[in-house]
Ligand binder design. Sequence first.
Ligand code: ZN
Length: 209
Amino acid sequence: MAAGPKIRLVIDPGHGGEDPGAVDAATGLREADVTLRIAHVLKAILDTHPEFEAALTREADRTVTLQERTDIANARDAHLVSIHCNAAGDPQARGAEVWCFAETDPDGGESAGHRIARAIQERLVALGLHDRGVKVIYDRGSREYVARRLWVLWKTRRPSVLVECAFISNPEEARLLGDDLGGFKERLAVAIFEGLSASLLGEREPQPA
Ligand SMILES: [Zn+2]
């Protein structure tokens, strides 16, 4: 099989070090630890697929600024896949959502970032997570930001996504995320991998010789 150029990905476990991210008050479960585990598993899966070349923004529990995270992705000319868990004041809030920059490209077609986000969201929902949909921070029609300017989507040159896997503030989802033997974090990593494969490999069909 002819090998094309590798698809470069930088996997970004959200938070870390001084910043634990969302913390489940009942159990002390920290978003920074959950995202690191998912990211390590995702990286290990990607490393067994020669079509991809993957790196992490952090390998351990350490502080990395948002600027450093996007710098790593941009220096590698890579897509950034930032991994987070959600949190809300309402403990009933639950489910998965994936963020990208905008739904469309300047030409009006669906953006690559939106395709990647949609493919990942589909697989997360297939795990049984409530579907909160694909979300965007910028609307090309009105040329306005429609949500908080998430740095990792705003400052990356390649189409990038931010995955909110589930809610650490929801007792049931926190239980799943915190259970190291239950395999849920590993299933999330597989779902994200499948979404990346479907959206990124589908775009590079082999050229006729
Ligand atoms: Zn987060």
